[in-house]
Design a binder for this molecule. Structure first.
Ligand SMILES: Nc1ncnc2c1ncn2[C@@H]1O[C@H](COP(=O)(O)OP(=O)(O)OP(=O)(O)O)[C@@H](O)[C@H]1O
Ligand SMILES: [Mg+2]
Length: 364
């Protein structure tokens, strides 16, 4: 894991505009620790690739500085940055064999013949393709090509590896296999990785920290569990995992641990004030489906509402139960398919309850 405070990459007030008018990256400030696996996660067009391209040196920031190992990078060309790269279309050289593909970055760096041979073999063994050196890319499966691309990015032992949706083209099973493989390589080699994806489960699986992008701004930069358990705003709560949203207004703020929210339907909910500006301000309440309790014991929870079961969707390990509650007809509860757990009937009436700390009052 990363040694804390040992900063490898630093973005300071970085902005990027392609047309001189709109900023697609706005005031980016990030410190990436040596050895860290940092993921840029966000919807299409939010500025992830642009950020990676500036770090790689293929795009220049319109404003601000990027430092690598304490050195300002702005005028250093890509091939002098000591950065390995893997992209979605892995772009192996089709006319070269696998070994020649891997040797290329070493030859560019003027390594001797025996060192090249040794490092190529080691990199191929690392991605479990030790006997594939003489094949051409067209003679490999998609997943094997992706592993060659990974080996080629690592073969010259770069300080930093950038990956932009490297698994996008693979089927689900192979993608999940490669996620773990990349994660394990990262741990074994102690390299620093900046990874781009718009797949939240991929980000949660692989990362030490995740930067959630939206509109060229980092909405939250935190560990996977922090992002899921403690989203700072409605965008992050919506983007990471599933959440129930209830709209209302803050009726009363009781310090920093509780507030009373009047929903548009008139019901009142006790919630944790996270991102509200004061009494009277509109808010979105966010509540994870697995934190809702069905028919809780009398008096056990501060929030209990009557609900009607509208729809049951069987998903094997749990039953996704859609209910109507407090003016919403899309309130989802996850009922685990565990032994002894009572199942609900469509059309039946239940009480649903939740704790204050599980119900986050966020921006509207
Ligand atoms: N070379 C370019 N010239 C002009 N505009 C660009 C260029 N590259 C990207 N953009 C614009 O900048 C914004 C951010 O694009 P970027 O490629 O960084 O998004 P992204 O987060 O990587 O999205 P995706 O998930 O779709 O890959 C988009 O609005 C895009 O249209
Ligand atoms: Mg992109």
């Amino acid at each position: 894991m990363a040694r804390k405070n040992d900063v490898l990459v630093r973005f300071t007030d970085v902005q990027k505009s392609y047309d001189g008018e709109t900023l697609v990256v706005k005031n980016l400030n990030i410190d990436i620790s040596r050895g860290e696996f940092l993921t840029l996660l966000g919807p299409s067009g939010s500025g992830k690739t642009t950020t990676l391209m500036m770090l790689a040196g293929f795009e220049t920031p319109t404003h601000g500085d990027i430092e690598l190992g304490g050195k300002r990078l702005n005028n250093v060309p890509p091939h002098k940055r000591d950065i390995g790269m893997v992209f979605q279309n892995y772009a192996l050289f089709p006319h070269m064999t696998v070994s020649e593909n891997l040797a290329f970055p070493l030859q560019v760096r003027r390594k001797g013949r025996s060192e090249v041979a040794e490092r190529v073999q080691r990199a191929l063994d690392m991605v479990q393709l030790g006997s594939f050196g003489n094949r051409r890319p067209a003679q490999l499966s998609g997943g094997q090509q992706q592993r060659v691309a990974l080996a080629r990015a690592l073969v010259f032992e770069p300080t930093l590896v950038l990956m932009d949706e490297p698994l996008g083209a693979l089927d689900k099973q192979l993608r999940e296999h490669m996620q773990l493989e990349i994660k394990h390589l990262h741990e074994q080699l102690g390299i620093t990785v900046v990874y781009v994806t718009h797949d939240q489960s991929e980000a949660l699986t692989m990362s030490d920290r995740i930067a959630v992008f939206h509109d060229g701004v980092i909405q939250q930069l935190a560990t996977p569990s922090d992002l899921y358990e403690r989203p700072k705003n409605a965008f992050v709560a919506q983007f990471i995992g599933e959440n129930n949203r209830l709209n209302g207004k803050v009726a009363k703020l009781n310090g920093s641990n509780a507030c009373l929210v009047t929903l548009d339907s008139g019901s009142q909910v006790q919630a944790l004030p996270v991102n509200v500006s004061g009494e009277g301000s509109p808010t979105t309440l966010s509540l994870r489906p697995e934190r809702v309790q069905i028919n809780p014991p009398e008096g056990a929870l501060p929030n209990v509402f009557d609900a009607k079961v509208e729809e049951l969707i069987y998903l094997g390990d749990h039953i996704r139960t859609r209910c109507s509650l407090a003016g919403s007809d899309d309130f989802v509860v996850k009922v685990p398919n565990a032994q002894g757990h009572s199942s609900l009937q469509r059309g039946s009436r239940v009480k649903l309850g939740w704790a204050i700390e599980d119900c986050r009052a966020l921006d509207a």
